[in-house]
Design a protein around this ligand. Structure first.
Ligand code: ADP
Ligand code: MG
Length: 403
């Protein structure tokens, strides 16, 4: 079943997919949609950017159309992701825009959300903490919800939401269909799946820890002192939208200000900003109001902004898995993109962990490695670009300086 047309979808959904220019299902959609339409539970893992939202969104909407009593709950780890998932689902609703929805996320007006809940939404998207708030207050009832989606589940567990998720589960009726998606299926995810899924279809599309093959990955070995200047060079060498990851919340703001002073258009996002500010920062980036988004890992997962061409890891992520998620912000849905990581002498351990994750089969070099310090000094004050995993098709064009 390689076509949406063969999946037995209602005409209305087929028309909407056509309008959205979804001409072919992605591999995870090919595998997930038919069994989900058949009522099966699903445990799905796939690389980021592979179309998981529609993989659960299409069966979700098909189910709501087939059963006017039905309603669905989608849980995501971050507010941004919840917002994005709901707007994708709204698009997919097409003609059925009258189906009511609620967005239950932290940092957003309670009274607005309470109004949305009183309106009997048939699609609820939210983050576990806020959903529980509403459950605790007795405002939200989930006994009717017969379709549950857990998106980016590994991330929800990282964020310490395990208890919250289990609590939400206790409010749900057992006779529901559950779709669980996760980039990786760790023992913890497997435990959750075991507990809450009924005889699930297990779907895994390509090696889940692998980044999309169309991302060109490079590294720069650089000293701490030369890092910022080297970043400026890298920004000037690139065209198009860029996301720069840094370690700390404070660091994002400082960096965005500094870059703005240098004549770049930049803004910052991190978890301490008020929700409406976060929404504005993302919306402006989406609309290309500025070119460089400086972010903490809060923006690393799930965000789908197709025009991001470059991801720069100014600071390496604390956890190797996050590397894959960060660079997955580019090269969405088959586009190409590039990722550049700065490696200072102190980052050696972190980078080795990332390399091990990316090349699990690779043996350690038999030859002694040159020390990063030495490479740095060979590289001149600004460091040099060490290609990583060569991509023969596309080369860097260190041309066109950005205005
Ligand atoms: P994931 O959740 O797996 O990271 P998304 O669901 O956010 O990925 O999808 C990534 C991008 O691919 C989105 O821009 C989405 O609109 C697009 N997309 C998804 N499915 C299709 C399809 N069948 N055809 C074309 N584009 C698609
Ligand atoms: Mg997603």
């Amino acid at each position: 079943m390689k076509n949406f047309q063969d999946m037995g979808l209602p005409d209305q959904i087929l028309e909407t997919l056509e309008a959205m220019k979804f001409s072919q299902p992605t591999p995870i959609q090919v595998e997930a949609i038919p069994p989900a339409l058949g009522g099966k539970d699903i445990l799905g893992s796939a690389q980021t950017g592979t179309g998981k939202t529609a993989a659960f969104g299409i069966p979700l909407i098909a189910k709501l159309l087939a059963n006017p009593q039905g309603s669905a709950l989608v849980m995501t780890p971050t507010r941004e992701l919840a917002t994005q998932v709901l707007s994708q689902l709204r698009l997919m609703l097409g003609k059925s825009r009258n189906i009511k929805t609620a967005l239950l996320i932290g940092g957003d007006s309670m009274s607005k959300q309470i109004r949305q809940i009183r309106d009997r939404p048939r699609i609820i998207v939210g983050t576990p903490g806020r959903i529980n708030d509403h459950l605790d207050r007795g405002i939200l009832k989930l006994k009717q919800a017969d379709f549950l989606v857990l998106d980016e589940t590994d991330r929800m567990l990282d964020a310490g939401f395990t208890v919250q998720i289990e609590k939400v589960m206790s409010f749900l009726a057992p006779q529901r269909q559950t779709l669980l998606f996760s980039a990786t299926v760790s023992p913890n995810i497997a435990r959750i799946a075991e507990k809450y899924l009924k005889d699930p279809i297990r779907i895994s599309v390509s090696k889940s820890s692998a980044p999309a093959p169309n991302i060109k990955q490079d590294t720069i070995r650089v000293s701490d002192g030369a890092k910022y200047t080297s970043l400026l060079d890298s920004l000037n060498d690139r065209d198009g939208s860029i996301i720069v990851f840094v370690k700390t919340k404070h660091g994002t703001e400082k960096m965005a200000k500094r870059l703005s002073k240098e004549g770049h258009s930049a803004d910052a996002i991190h978890g301490d900003l008020k929700q409406n500010k976060r929404d504005r920062v993302i919306a402006s980036f989406r609309n290309k109001k500025y070119r460089i988004l400086v972010a903490t890992d809060v923006a690393a997962r799930g965000l789908d902004i197709p025009h991001i061409e470059h991801v720069i890891n100014y600071d390496l992520p604390q956890c190797a898995e996050d590397y894959v998620h960060r660079i997955g912000r580019t090269a969405r849905a088959g586009a190409t993109g590039s990722a550049l990581s700065f490696i200072t002498p102190g980052d050696r351990g972190k980078w080795s962990a990332i390399e091990r994750l990316l090349n699990p089969g690779a043996k350690k070099d038999s030859k002694p490695k040159r020390s990063p310090r030495k490479r740095t000094s060979n590289a001149g004050p600004r460091g040099d670009v060490v290609p990583f995993r060569h991509d023969k098709k596309k080369k860097w064009s260190p041309s066109k300086r950005a205005a």
